[in-house]
Design a protein around this ligand. Structure first.
Ligand code: ATP
Ligand code: MG
Ligand code: MG
Ligand code: MG
Length: 351
């Protein structure tokens, strides 16, 4: 019997398009002798679609028509595993969703309630990892080094703008990085060099979230590491992001091809060890499972500063997370296989 694998993709998030890329890539790498693939598409407005219309013509099961919006919406109830209707029950779900409503624990909570095993992080890790403020507070608890930052909500900005600006100017050094607290792919992030730019950056970030974080900018290498596992996570080789423009923004990540990467990055044995230690500590303090990509800044003095972890990192074969594993000796399809195994193991352990 083939394993019924639900691929959940799209999503009500600014990272919808990134998810489509991921879904297409994963669907092409799946071992169709072992898995029967069920595409489940969430539209940009949050409607759920499933069914054969998404799977493309029968003769080419490998071509899933991702992003198709013509099929009828399905109610969430149609995903419920109904008794005596085992045919409708999927064995495992791979949520290929990034950002809010996908990477943030909401979909993970739904899958928990539906009693379905799923790939990747659970509710707590996903939620804590999506909120940069909560994540930073937990990282501090774990003794991880971070850049100085300030955070506030829209209401306080509206009523206390001058006081907040003064607080930032006094406690942080220019330039500043202004970010929505809950997002990814650099969406809504601006580098601000002065008060005027800061105000504009804050207004932009508030378009995406009611809470924002303002960080002190750092001049450092950007090094990333992939972590894989449940209770005994393993670390990949290190990758380096080498943006040729101001910073690693959305266009640099997905569109304009201006970014260079070094995979593996040149790192000393000592630095590698420090990064592995920090990545595992970050993984554990958020109670992660399955996978995370840990993003670091590393100074000339080799101080390891954690920027964030991504609980559902970019996952196309040319994305950093899989590429670091490929470089470490694990192929893209073996990585998918390993993640599904980890998902089933975690599910079994909870029973
Ligand atoms: P993703 O989830 O895609 O990795 P994100 O939206 O969570 O991205 P960050 O990783 O926090 O955003 O930041 C995006 C980029 O902005 C970083 O890769 C880096 O180039 C730059 N950046 C962010 N914060 C800082 C900082 N404090 N100092 C210097 N550069 C920064
Ligand atoms: Mg992120
Ligand atoms: Mg992200
Ligand atoms: Mg990042």
């Amino acid at each position: 019997m083939k394993i019924k694998l639900g691929l959940l993709y799209g999503g009500k998030s600014a990272e919808h398009e990134v998810s489509l890329l991921t879904a297409r890539a994963v669907s092409q790498a799946i071992n169709f002798d072992k898995y029967e693939v069920y595409p489940i598409y969430i539209t940009k407005t949050g409607e759920w679609r499933k069914g054969s219309a998404l799977a493309g013509p029968a003769e080419s099961t490998k071509t899933l028509q991702f992003g198709l919006e013509t099929s009828k919406p399905n109610s969430i109830a149609s995903f419920l595993p109904v008794e005596n209707d085992d045919a409708s029950k999927l064995d495992v779900i791979f949520p290929l969703l990034h950002g809010p409503n996908g990477e943030d624990g909401t979909v993970q909570g739904l899958l928990e309630v539906l009693n379905l095993p799923y790939v990747g992080n659970g509710v707590l890790a996903s939620a804590a990892g999506m909120d940069k403020v909560v994540m930073k507070q937990l990282f501090a608890q774990a003794g991880l080094t971070q850049v100085p930052y300030v955070h506030f909500i829209r209401k306080n900005w509206k009523s206390n703008q001058e006081a907040l600006l003064q607080q930032m100017e006094e406690s942080l050094q220019w330039p500043l990085f202004v970010k929505p607290a809950n997002l990814g792919s650099s969406v809504g992030i601006t580098k601000a060099a002065n008060r005027e730019e800061l105000i504009k950056a804050v207004e932009l970030a508030f378009k995406y979230d009611r809470k924002i974080i303002v960080e002190q900018g750092i001049v450092a290498r950007e090094l990333e590491m992939s972590v894989l596992g449940n209770d005994n996570p393993k670390c990949s080789v290190v990758g380096e992001v080498l943006p040729t423009k101001d910073f690693y923004d959305y266009e640099a990540k997905y569109e304009d091809g201006t970014t260079n990467y070094a995979i593996p990055a040149v790192v000393s044995a000592e630095l590698l060890k420090k990064m592995e230690d920090a990545a595992v500590r970050a993984f554990k303090v958020l109670d992660c499972s399955g996978l995370v990509r840990a993003d670091f800044f590393v100074t000339d003095e080799e101080e390891v500063i954690i920027n964030e972890v991504n609980t559902m990192p970019g996952f196309t074969p040319i994305s950093m997370y899989p590429k670091l594993w490929i470089e470490s000796g694990l192929s893209y399809s073996d990585l998918i296989e390993e993640l599904i195994t980890l998902a089933l193991e975690r599910y079994e352990e909870k029973q």
